[in-house]
Design a protein around this ligand. Structure first.
Ligand SMILES: O=C(O)c1ccccc1NCC(=O)[C@H](O)[C@H](O)COP(=O)(O)O
Length: 203
């Protein structure tokens, strides 16, 4: 199974990624997040990242011009829309970038997932719905409500080395997405990072 580790913000985090090689890493370009990285910091980190690992830029209702600029400079390889972006926004974005788009759905019910499948994006990302924040909450949702869908999806929300096995068996995602589950006191933790990446690759 593929795995994305989200919320990398320090040189040490990139060293872990280069050692344990998740398939994707995420840079969060959402200033209120404690995992926020500036475009300049992301550019520095991307230069250190192994070329085989895809960097995903995570945005919440972000300026299309910023996303376009990060894509054209090669700072990000994929775009994750984690806010309230609608079809019209995504069509405008697709007119200016050629990179794959992941649309996050903060899951409330099966109908919303089915509706999101029709959006102009290559992947969905199913995450826990939370009233007070957009993502990275460390909380899980009930994977049994995910309906059969054709579009490949990342499964997110409170995943860690002790629950990805069961999660993978329940809903068979394209990839896992983990952030809080490989952190200790708010920072990426090498042992947890290594454990969750190694386990995902075995599944
Ligand atoms: O990580 C954040 O701080 C964040 C903030 C705002 C929007 C999205 C954010 N993260 C997106 C991700 O892809 C996370 O990995 C995903 O929400 C799962 O996080 P966690 O439950 O902590 O594993």
């Amino acid at each position: 199974m593929k795995i994305k580790i989200c919320g990398l913000s320090r040189e040490e985090d990139i060293t872990m990624a280069n050692l344990y090689k998740p398939h994707f890493i995420g840079f969060v370009f959402y200033p209120p997040s404690r995992r926020y990285v500036t475009p300049q910091k992301a550019a520095e980190l991307k230069k250190l990242l192994h070329s085989g690992i895809k960097a995903v830029g995570v945005f919440v209702n972000g300026e299309i011009s910023l996303i376009e600029s990060l894509c054209s400079q090669g700072i990000i390889d994929m775009v994750q829309l984690h806010g309230d972006e609608d079809e019209e926004y995504m069509i405008r974005l697709k007119e200016v970038i050629q990179k794959p788009i992941i649309k996050a759905v903060r899951v409330k019910n099966a109908e919303e997932i089915l509706a999101a499948e029709a959006l102009p994006c290559e992947y969905l990302l199913l995450d826990t719905f939370h009233e007070r924040n957009y993502g990275g909450s460390g909380e899980t949702f009930d994977h049994r409500i995910i309906p059969p869908i054709k579009k490949p999806y990342f499964l997110a929300g409170g995943l860690n080395a002790s629950n990805i096995g069961k999660a993978g068996r329940t809903c068979n995602p394209f990839a896992f997405d983990v952030s809080s589950g490989c952190e200790t006191q708010g920072y990426k933790d090498e042992m947890k990072f290594m454990g969750v990446v190694a386990l995902a690759k075995l599944l």
